[in-house]
Design a protein around this ligand. Structure first.
Ligand SMILES: Nc1ncnc2c1ncn2[C@@H]1O[C@H](COP(=O)(O)OP(=O)(O)OP(=O)(O)O)[C@@H](O)[C@H]1O
Ligand SMILES: O=P(O)(O)OC[C@H]1O[C@](O)(CO)[C@@H](O)[C@@H]1O
Ligand SMILES: [Mg+2]
Length: 975
């Protein structure tokens, strides 16, 4: 290979002079232009005639461009250039040229734009997501390298990864190729190939800034990580605005800073916000917003993603509305040019709701709210122990500003005796009596603890605050209870985010970048929301307006409206709290003729929230006037006569918060035990309804009972399955109880491993995840912990992908070295669902990875096992269990009329009969943005792959490509 460069001294190694040879006259000027523009060099002198040379120079370096006309050399270079173009995707250009010169440049963005402008091809290294080196061909065809930091270019070529003997097809069982089950990476998120050169129109990279504002909230770092990486992935330049609106007002490179891929490594596990936040009074004034506008334009920012609470998003909405007038003021005062005014005529803004308060209308959950709830529940669980020991009362004050969501959800999760929330302002004359009456009843039934949760914004109907002190005094003076106040304070905002918040933040961060890229001038600004499991875009203006109207309704003492302005789920939760808390102290809601005997049974492996479902089912039944029955130790327990007991309030105290299954559970199904005997007991106890809480065996159980209705009249009652399994593999629902608890356990376990791995250079942990044939847990954990790769049964492990992953990880380590970042986040994780491959367990997998890595890293295996079933259920599982249980009882109530006609044994079970009865045996599920009941027959026949114990369609499939793109995992797309 020819090289026209005569590197007198390589610039990269400190000296700053070299000669570039050009062999065709028509190329001479463009080569001069190329180097002078890119390296910012001035033309110093011109010499000679046929053999001309030009000296280009600046303070740091000089470059001689020398023209020696030589047709054959020029042709040789043309041929070479073609070779580079042909091999742009497949070969490392450094291996194709004997010599080349490297330069340091400060801004790759500018460089890439210039290379595009010159129409020259280029290649990014180590990859195009986060290059630390860029190689290009100058107009003559010389290979030229650029580095973003001094001396950072490695001339050592990455060793091509070969499949060694350790990886013969004998050692790996290939379960499925990556495309077998339709898991090819989604088009929209596919890895970009090397940049496509646009020869006609230079393109400016879009710059997207992200900021966090207001009170910090767990999960904000995941938003920033997702925004940064998605922006880079979509070929945009991400920026952080440091310190919230304060950074915008102050401006300059200290406050508006570009971020790289590696800058956000490991951020998922870190609490608070790494880019700072503030409450900025100046931004509330137009003057502050004018400065913000100027600084954004100055930094060339096209779009702004604001992650904050209701205040921050109100500010964002105002900023958006005022933007045109701010721009024209800046133009008038000559702070910006006409061209800038045109380029930035409208502000492309998107809101992501991050606040522990969950006070923004139009979204179910704000980022951080469930983490704060988790902190509260942990604290109350701890307090329970000391309260029980002393038989004390505790008044626990929680945050939430003017919103009672945290207090309400904590009340349900911990089965608190009484709660105070701003949405349900209490009667100033009667609240003390009401509270004391409830607590006295509980105490009379031998309850040793009293927990009252008060939201910091709690009010009475005259708008006077109801404080922890007021409550304390009442408990002491009237009930003579030994009482303590615990104000949880900022502990609630502390610690790292629970898995739910990490995933929510990640998906919303990705969606925010998509939203700003979809926006055109004049389009309405969106806010990213969540409804059940669905990430959506809504109007920022409308959400802000709706949220503001809550404050107006409170001020107007219109409390009915306040409650109605919260999302429908809030109201449902509030009614649920009242219902389960009324189990012993009100007259039953229903008249005697409507009261039912409802049985509950646990089937399958333990999962977080099973006990909460039993507790809520029983307390709700009691408050309605129904009689709740427990079947102990599953179907086999029933056939072994181990007991059916009616549940009463005293017996189930404390079950809401407990892990495991108090009723006892196993995987037996009615047909695998003795369905006749089960029918006998159903007849004996005259059950009017059945609730099964369980996983895949729960579904099979319900199916078997439903299909036996013709033979056994005892089963002609409404029956519901509440899905509960950490595998989240029950067809008919996108969410099963226990999967959140499991995800939190796995996430905490992985965080610990990651810290350990980060302390040792080049350490990777390969973690074995439960989940049966479902890769749900591993996939969502992948997103939550920022794993490098995950292997799931739906895809299996292909040798090619495994090799690719080894080289991805090796590259990631190289990139870290080359970036010279001082990041400690060097630990890497790979997750594998046990059934992703039966042939290679995590131990073997880690051995293979270590041996293939050729010394670049070493891998260790880790097996968390049944720890994944979790300890105490997460607040999400507790509150969902309550919601599911109450909905299940209501389903049984609603379907009584339907089944009554057919319950007698002498009814002929014909087709018409069957058709009506079908809908009365259902799977309760979360689908899209709502709760639905689907006939078990339909679910079993149409939606279930019985052999694989899986739904036929997996709803979380798209998460895999998001996880891949956020970790920079390259996929081998198999043909
Ligand atoms: N009406 C407004 N106009 C302009 N800016 C505002 C407005 N309201 C709030 N902001 C800006 O947003 C910042 C954060 O608002 P705020 O303190 O209400 O927190 P938040 O975003 O609601 O978060 P959290 O309630 O979770 O702490 C304010 O300090 C201010 O800079
Ligand atoms: O951290 P600061 O500024 O004291 O603010 C506390 C407030 O912030 C929040 O934690 C979040 O808005 C509120 O719940 C609380 O009232
Ligand atoms: Mg707020």
């Amino acid at each position: 290979m020819s090289c026209a460069v005569n590197p007198v001294s390589p610039v990269v190694n400190g000296t700053a002079y070299c000669t570039i040879n050009v062999f065709a006259k028509e190329k001479f000027e463009s080569v001069i232009q190329f180097y002078s523009k890119i390296l910012d060099l001035g033309r110093v002198s011109t010499e000679g005639d046929v053999t001309q040379s030009v000296l280009l120079s600046n303070e740091e370096m000089s470059l001689k461009i020398k023209l020696t006309i030589d047709d054959s050399k020029d042709k040789e270079f043309q041929g070479q250039r073609q070779g580079f173009l042909d091999n742009r995707k497949t070969a490392d250009w450094r291996s194709m040229m004997g010599e080349y010169v490297t330069y340091t440049v400060s801004d790759f963005l500018v460089l890439e734009n210039l290379l595009i402008e010159f129409g020259v091809p280029y290649q990014c290294k180590p990859n195009d997501i986060s290059p630390s080196q860029i190689y290009s061909l100058d107009p003559q065809g010389n290979l030229v390298g650029f580095a973003s930091t001094k001396n950072s270019i490695s001339t050592i070529l990455p060793k091509p990864t070969a499949v060694s003997s350790a990886l013969s097809s004998k050692t790996i069982s290939r379960v499925h190729s990556s495309t077998d089950l339709g898991y090819a990476v989604e088009t929209g998120l596919n890895y970009p190939s090397l940049p496509i050169i646009n020869l006609t129109r230079p393109q400016r990279k879009r710059s997207i800034a992200v900021m966090t504002s207001g009170g910090d909230a767990q999960g904000m770092n995941s938003v920033v990580r997702a925004v940064v990486r998605t922006a880079i992935f979509k070929n945009c330049q991400p920026f952080a605005i440091m310190e919230g609106y304060e950074g915008l007002v102050r401006g300059g490179p200290d406050y508006i800073t570009p971020l790289k891929w590696e800058d956000v490594s490991g951020w998922n596990a870190i609490g608070g916000t790494n880019i700072g936040t503030a409450r900025c009074m100046k931004f509330k004034e137009r003057e502050g917003r004018l400065l913000g506008c100027f600084h954004l334009i100055q930094a060339g920012i096209d779009a702004l993603i604001v992650c904050g609470g209701d205040g921050s998003l109100t500010g964002a909405d105002l900023f958006r509305a005022e933007w045109p007038s701010l721009v024209s003021e800046l133009l008038k005062t000559k702070k910006i040019t006409q061209e800038e005014a045109q380029t930035y005529e409208s502000l492309n803004i998107c809101g992501v709701v991050g606040s522990i308060d969950n006070d923004m209308c139009s979204t179910d959950a704000t980022i951080g709210a469930y983490s704060a709830l988790s902190r509260i529940c942990e604290a109350v669980d701890y307090v329970e122990a000391t309260a029980a020991s002393h038989s004390r009362a505790f008044v626990i004050e929680v945050m939430g500003r003017h919103c009672g969501w945290l207090a309400l959800m904590a009340g349900i999760s911990t089965s608190a005796d009484f709660i105070f929330i701003p949405e349900e302002a209490v009667n100033p004359g009667t609240w003390r009596d009401e509270m004391c009456e409830t607590i006295s009843r509980h105490r009379k039934r031998n309850k040793r603890t009293t927990i009252v949760i008060v939201a910091e914004g709690a009010l009475d109907r005259d708008l006077n605050p109801v404080t922890a002190n007021d409550i304390y005094k009442t408990l002491v003076d009237r009930l003579k209870l030994d009482t303590r106040i615990t104000t949880l304070g900022h502990v609630q905002r502390g610690g790292s985010a629970v898995a739910y918040d990490r995933v929510l933040a990640t998906l919303q961060g990705v969606e925010a970048v998509n939203a700003v890229l979809d926006s055109v001038a004049g389009s309405a600004s969106p806010i990213i929301t969540v409804s059940e499991n669905k990430i959506m875009r809504k109007s920022l203006v409308d959400s802000v307006k709706l949220t503001k109207s809550v404050a107006s309704a409170i001020a107007a003492k219109d409390f009915g409206k306040v409650l109605s302005l919260r999302d429908p789920e809030f109201i449902e939760h509030y009614q649920n709290y009242l219902a389960i808390n009324a189990a012993d102290h009100y007259d039953p809601q229903l008249t005697a003729d409507k009261r039912l005997k409802i049985a509950i049974v646990n089937v399958g492996a333990p999962a977080g929230g099973i006990n909460s479902a039993v507790y809520s089912m029983a307390t709700f039944c009691l408050s309605q006037g129904h009689k709740p029955y427990a079947i102990f130790n599953g179907w086999s327990g029933l056939t072994r006569h181990e007991g059916v007991r009616s549940l009463d309030w005293d017996m189930i105290l404390g079950w809401q918060t407990r892990g495991g299954s108090e009723l006892g559970t196993n995987r037996d199904t009615p047909c695998s035990t003795d369905i006749g005997m089960i029918a006998y007991y159903f007849q004996k106890y005259q059950f009017d309804g059945l609730i099964i809480v369980g996983g895949f065996e729960g579904l099979i159980s319900l199916h078997e009972l439903e299909r036996s209705r013709d033979v056994y009249p005892g089963f002609r009652i409404p029956m519901v399955l509440i899905p509960a399994t950490l595998s989240n593999n029950v067809p008919g629902t996108e969410y099963s109880l226990g999967s959140d608890t499991a995800l939190n356990s796995l996430t905490s376990y992985c965080d610990i491993l990651k810290w350990s791995a980060s302390s040792i250079r080049g350490r990777v942990f390969v973690v074995d995840c439960q989940g049966g044939n479902s890769g749900y847990l591993a996939t969502v954990a992948d997103l939550a912990v920022g794993a490098h790769a995950s292997y799931v049964p739906e895809e299996g492990i292909s040798i090619d992908q495994l090799m690719q992953d080894v080289s991805n990880i090796a590259e990631a380590y190289e990139r870290m070295d080359e970036c010279g970042t001082e990041t400690k986040e060097t630990g890497k994780l790979v997750l594998k669902t046990t059934n992703a491959s039966k042939a290679i367990d995590v131990e073997k997998l880690s051995q293979i990875m270590t041996s293939e890595a050729g010394g670049k890293f070493d891998a260790r295996s880790a097996v968390p096992g049944h720890i994944q079933q979790g300890g105490n259920p997460s607040p999400i599982d507790r509150t969902r269990a309550t919601r599911f249980a109450i909905r299940a009882v209501q389903f049984i109530e609603d379907n009584q009329m339907v089944v009554n006609k057919y319950r007698h044994a002498n009814e002929v079970y014909d087709d018409a009969f069957d058709k009506v009865m079908r809908s009365t045996a259902a799977v309760l599920g979360v689908k899209g943005s709502g709760i639905v009941f689907s006939s078990v027959r339909k679910v079993y026949d149409d939606e279930t792959d019985v052999k694989k114990r899986m739904p036929k369609v997996v709803h979380w499939q798209s998460l895999r490509s998001v996880a891949d793109h956020l970790s920079g995992r390259k996929r081998v797309v198999e043909t």
